[in-house]
Design a protein around this ligand. Sequence first.
Ligand SMILES: Nc1ncnc2[nH]cnc12
Ligand SMILES: [Zn+2]
Length: 337
Amino acid sequence: METPDGAPILPKAELHLHIEGTLEPELILELAARNGKVLPHPTLAGLRAQYQFTDLQSFLDLYYANMAVLVTEADFADMTRAYLGRAREAGVRHAEVMFDPQAHLARGIPLTTAVAGISSVLADSFDEFGITTGLIAAFLRDRPEDDALDVLGQLLAMDAPIIGIGLDSAEVGNPPSKFIRLFDRARDAGLRLVAHAGEEGPPSYVWDTLDLLGAERIDHGIRCVEDSRLVERLATGQVPLTVCPLSNVRLRAVDTLAAHPLPQMLASGLNVSINSDDPAYFGGYAGANFAALVDEFGFDADTLERLAGNSIRSSFARDARKEELLAELAAWRAAQG
Ligand SMILES: Nc1ncnc2[nH]cnc12
Ligand SMILES: [Zn+2]
């Protein structure tokens, strides 16, 4: 991939992306019209005016409300196709995409509609966009574990093409200890395990996500810097942390990008990657996150290579694909001089 002026784009993997968080306001209005849904804010300007967040919950309220426009398989497919187009422009070469099955079931949308709509597009993502992909079913931690177990059972029974499970939604007050059986069940089924932790929640949630749930990757994890023993543990084990800088600023997890702990995390030797989380809500896709970091911290080519390399190595892509992408990354670095 190259920019319009011919410069190569940093090749990267995106490991922390909620597909429902890629629903751009324009597509929300288009799908609402298609499905005869009346939105509380039916104009582009009115809808956009809602995108001011004070914390995670204030965002989640809008994120779940906007999902009402996703009704048919074609809606899920259109959303997924739009994401892949934008991801390609951002230099994403491998993407592990989360979706929230419980949020759709709760609205009366059959699991098969969401799964078939998203996965039909992911199945052709390499041929159409040059992006290899995997699908992760994320479970809502503000709902009971039994509900998650029931939905995981349905996904397994229908042989849904998922590579793993995740844990998302309102973190504080919903500790990892609530989901031990869910993660045990997913591990037994051969699924990969990731979970949000340390976004708004305390360092103890990150410890428990590792020790009680056995998660292989931590989504966010930025509050680890408050606990030096935890930082040591994460650094020693090179546990991947999928950091989302623009998300953290927009959800007020940090005051400003300048105050973001990312430079400290890198200096501590942590395995950090850069991701976009819910790019339609937080001001941009992977490329915008990298650009903001370069603007703010003046990251050089070596640091960008390290961040992109971490994303590739921490992915669940096949080894041969990782090698291919690491070679592309080496070529990018060589072109930087
Ligand atoms: N940043 C985030 N944290 C927790 N749950 C989410 N669901 C979608 N985006 C999320
Ligand atoms: Zn997230």
